[in-house]
Design a protein around this ligand. Structure first.
Ligand code: AMP
Ligand code: FE
Ligand code: FE
Ligand code: ZN
Length: 274
């Protein structure tokens, strides 16, 4: 079984990269990709465990792009994690995350919900990325809200009072960075905030795939994205978007068919030869 969307403690997951590999093995997965937000640190740290557990580990990433002021998550696969341009790009993304944390901290203070953001800022080292999930936890710890969800609903979601926009890259530039690093691009969970009209444009900009199957896609959404992929000649990706036991999505809850995976692998090999 193949699960190409997994998070670790390098971003907002709860399992360390090596623990994630072991959990994937225990869940019966044969191939996984670690796709942390704006970092490849978890891929690097998981490699030894993947060899030990005989798991096929695809180097991945989930990059937060911005289009018309809204976040668009872009998945990268089969990337060279040592590519200097990719590393410089991800460094900039993570620096902007720290800037955003500090601005959200200031807004929360003026809204009467002060938090201690220093531990979050201090955690943003060694390639670790931080963001709203850690702020949500700080809001819970400070007693301003009862749950992470409540923190997002009252303060952190788009259009909420403490929301601070990201200075992110465009989806087109993310596709270019991923291609430069020898990888493929896929638009993550497009059904979460439907953006179907954008897919034609992204396909023309070199998008390689669509994440058709995701826990937040119902059967109709999955069918719609499979049809869009066929229409624009795009490949399919899929995964559970596992963040840890505390979140609804179990590891391996959504998997990719081997035939779809082989198409991705072939496309990546062709791209690297170009
Ligand atoms: P950021 O990277 O700072 O934009 O934060 C986005 C991350 O927050 C997403 O990757 C999700 O994992 C997480 N997230 C988004 N909405 C919620 C929510 N309502 N409850 C818990 N986590 C959420
Ligand atoms: Fe996340
Ligand atoms: Fe995402
Ligand atoms: Zn994700």
């Amino acid at each position: 079984m193949i699960d190409l969307h997994l998070h670790t403690t390098a971003s907002d997951g709860t399992l360390s990269p090596s623990d994630l590999v072991r959990a994937a093995r225990a869940a019966g997965l044969s191939t996984i990709s670690i796709t942390d937000h704006d970092t490849v640190a978890g891929v690097r740290d998981a490699r030894t465990a993947a060899r030990e557990e005989r798991i096929d580990l695809v180097a991945g990433v989930e990059i937060s792009a911005v289009d018309a002021g809204r976040d668009v998550h872009m998945l990268g696969y089969f990337i060279d994690i040592d590519d200097p341009e990719l590393q410089a790009f991800l460094d900039r993304q993570r620096r902007d995350r720290v800037r955003r944390v500090e601005e959200m901290r200031d807004r929360l203070a003026s809204l009467g919900a002060p938090i201690d953001a220093q531990p979050i800022v201090d955690a943003a080292t060694h390639g670790r990325s931080v963001g709203r999930p850690q702020i949500a936890d700080a809001l819970v710890a400070a007693g301003h809200v009862r749950t992470r969800d409540e923190a997002f609903e009252r303060y952190l979601e788009f259009d909420c009072p403490a929301y601070v926009p990201r200075c992110g890259a465009t989806p087109e530039s993310v596709i270019a960075v991923l291609h430069h690093a020898g990888g493929l691009s896929s638009i993550a969970h497009p059904g979460v905030r439907p953006q179907d009209d954008r897919i034609a444009h992204l396909a023309a900009s070199g998008l390689d795939a669509i994440e058709a199957a995701h826990p937040d896609h119902d059967q109709a959404a999955e069918a719609r994205y499979r049809a869009l992929a066929a229409r624009y000649g795009l490949l399919i990706t899929a995964g559970s978007d596992f963040h840890g036991e505390h979140r609804a999505h179990e590891i391996g809850a959504v998997t990719l068919a081997s035939a779809d995976f082989e198409r991705l692998r072939t496309a990546a090999a062709i791209r690297r030869r170009q």
